[in-house]
Design a protein around this ligand. Structure first.
Ligand code: ADP
Ligand code: MG
Length: 620
């Protein structure tokens, strides 16, 4: 097999699309110690990919060597060799890229006067000359796959390829806030991210102010030698895809099932079904605890103790969500002009004919990269300016340290942080103004206007009440004077027999009474229905769905969430003032008052500043 052919075969693995080229080149630039990295693409990368850095550069010999297969400069020690076993073969990227493109490498070491420029077309050396440019390395790949038409055919639309390029760019920029990153698309700058020392600044630069404000911090916690820190979306913030679910292991972007499970576990109850969380989370642990899949194009990691990872993430996320579940305190904008004296809107319990837009308005000028993501947001998201949760300003928003050596000796989280039993949260000072359309309670806070969805709030309250009762042995049940008889299909009979115990904990006592017949002895007291049999049908249906998804572990909570939702107070129920007060009290006694069990917000806030902007009192 000729060398060029070997390279093309390797290229099939390393270079699947422009984004993969970007990943390899940016990683090389980072390895070279660059402090500025500029990525440029034309036509989604199919016409041009260029990565320029100000890293250490290469001497002439090294430059020529770098385009030979298996010529890596990164094996110097036994540990490096061991790393090859985990990260796969090294030294394949440049020759692979050069074999399937019109490739140009221009490089100069800082202290050397002259640099080197090499051109390779489809794996064939086309020229080597002196280079007089800046110190650092610039690598270009034009006309990707020009010599492999079968592969070129598989490139998608420019916009699709660019989306992948952008994702790679974002991932690496997120992991290296100290490095200045620039992305140029067809001649215009899409991102310019100046160097910063805090992760939050970098995140803000990438996702934009609006989203960054809705993130909450995950303060560094360690569990079984795994340290977790970073930022996550607060309750009610979700995405329909995983693009903003970024996780890093010891500074490198990774994917893993254990991580996904851990996140799902942690966000359980604060995320709608089928939605994905927003996470920018950094895990740090001893490198002996995992393997990176040897496939060169993937960063899939397999943990030796996947459960520990899952646990660590779930705890970290849960704690952050619970800790953040409070209204921001104090005035947001002390500098804002005082609002004019307010018109007294004291007509309690009366419906106002205010017009409040039902759908969130489009965010004003989101970061370019997020246009698609913003559009993909669930409709439950808040209008701009409403701030359910603010990251607490703190010094902990510093860069996750790359050092992992001491992680092992840190005490586990159970020792440092007690399980959050009774969240001591005070009810914020909220004054009831009135009720809008029998659905939204209007409240006045120190900072502006707060709207409470009474239905969602009741769901949250009932959900937590029910869950507590379950944990303590079972929900209160009501014994029926006359047992009901329930006829089922053979399939439903099987599932009922198999779930008698969890059903009993839900307050549903049911006894087999013939092959496909059951006697219903008791029902939960919370149930408000005239037709318990058809309610039981719904329960069985939910059981079928849940068990087909293999999630019977979660059965109890999911059941509660769904059933409670349907049988809580209805949206149109008219609440008296004392009832609203009681609802507020119980809501703020909840572990997570800010969203319903399905992840929809219970409260949204419009700050005075936001209102002033809308009324033109404040220059936007
Ligand atoms: P690897 O990164 O696995 O070593 P590559 O094919 O990606 O293999 O790169 C080959 C070699 O070329 C690297 O080991 C490094 O010495 C050199 N190199 C590549 N890119 C750069 C760069 N941007 N700056 C300095 N040296 C580089
Ligand atoms: Mg490399």
């Amino acid at each position: 097999m000729s060398d060029s052919l070997a390279s093309q075969v390797a290229a099939g693995e390393v270079v699947e699309r422009p984004a993969a080229v970007i990943r390899e080149l940016v990683e090389n630039s980072l390895d070279a110690g660059a402090s500025h990295i500029t990525v440029e693409v034309q036509k989604g990368g199919s016409a041009l990919i260029r990565v320029a850095d100000d890293g250490c550069g290469m001497g002439r010999e090294d430059a020529l060597l770098s385009i030979e297969r298996h010529a890596t400069s990164k094996i110097r020690t036994k540990e490096d060799l061991a790393a090859i076993l985990t990260f796969g073969f090294r030294g394949e990227a440049l020759p692979s890229i050069a074999s399937v493109s019109r490739f140009r490498l221009a490089t100069r070491e800082k202290d050397s006067l002259g640099g080197t420029e090499i051109e390779i077309h489809g794996g064939r050396l086309a020229g080597v000359k002196e280079f007089g440019g800046a110190a650092g390395t610039t690598i270009e790949a034009r006309s990707l796959f020009f010599n492999v038409p079968a592969r070129r055919k598989f490139l998608r639309a420019d916009a699709t390829e660019f989306a992948h390029v952008e994702q790679q760019f974002i991932i690496h920029a997120m992991a290296h806030p100290r490095v200045t990153f620039t992305l140029i698309r067809d001649g215009s700058v899409t991102f310019h991210l100046p160097t910063t020392t805090t992760l939050l600044d970098r995140i803000r630069g990438i996702v934009g102010e609006e989203l960054a404000r809705r993130l909450i911090e995950v303060k560094p916690v360690s569990h079984k030698g795994i340290r977790v820190s970073g930022f996550i979306g607060g309750p009610g913030l979700s995405r329909s895809n995983r693009q903003q679910q970024l996780t890093f292991l010891n500074g490198r972007p990774v994917e893993s099932n254990s991580i996904n499970y851990g996140l799902r576990e942690g966000f359980h109850n604060s995320l709608m079904k089928g939605q994905h969380p927003v996470t920018f989370l950094f895990l740090e642990m001893d490198a002996a605890g995992y393997d990176i899949n040897v496939h060169p194009a993937k960063k899939e990691v397999r943990f030796h103790d996947g459960f520990a990872v899952r646990d660590a993430l779930a705890r970290a996320v849960r704690e952050a969500l619970e800790g953040a579940a409070r209204l921001p305190e104090g005035h947001v904008q002390p500098a804002a002009p005082r609002p004019a004296p307010q018109v007294a809107l004291e007509s309690r319990q009366q419906s106002f004919a205010l017009h409040v837009p039902a759908r969130p308005m489009p965010a004003p000028a989101p970061a370019p990269a997020l246009t698609t993501l913003v559009a993909a947001e669930s409709p439950s998201t808040l209008p701009p300016g409403s701030r359910p949760v603010e990251p607490a300003p703190s010094s902990a928003s510093e860069l996750p340290s790359a050092a992992v050596a001491d992680v092992k000796h840190e005490p586990t989280m159970t020792q440092t942080t007690p399980e959050p039993e009774e969240p001591a949260r005070e009810r914020p000072d909220l004054r009831i103004i009135g009720v809008l359309h029998r659905l939204y309670i209007l409240l006045e806070s120190d900072e502006g206007l707060v709207l409470m969805d009474q239905h969602a709030a009741h769901e949250r309250v009932n959900f937590e009440k029910m869950r507590r009762a379950m944990e303590q042995g079972g929900v209160p049940t009501q014994r029926l004077l006359m047992p009901l008889t329930l006829q089922t299909s053979p399939r439903d009979a099987v599932i009922l027999r198999n779930h008698q115990e969890p059903l009993a904990r839900l307050g549903i006592e049911i006894e087999p009474f013939g092959p496909n017949t059951f006697k219903v002895e008791a029902l939960p007291t919370f149930l408000k229905t005239d037709d318990p049999l058809s309610w039981l049908d719904q329960v069985i249906e939910e059981l079928q769905t849940l068990s087909s998804k293999g999630s019977s572990l979660r059965l109890g909570e999911d059941m509660i969430a769904t059933t409670v939702c349907r049988h809580s107070i209805k949206a149109n129920d008219r609440l008296a003032l004392p009832e609203i007060e009681a609802l507020l009290d119980s809501l703020f006694a909840c572990e997570m008052p800010y969203c319903c069990p399905h992840g929809r917000p219970t409260l949204i806030q419009m700050s005075l500043k936001e209102l002033e902007k809308k009324f033109g009192r404040l220059a936007p």
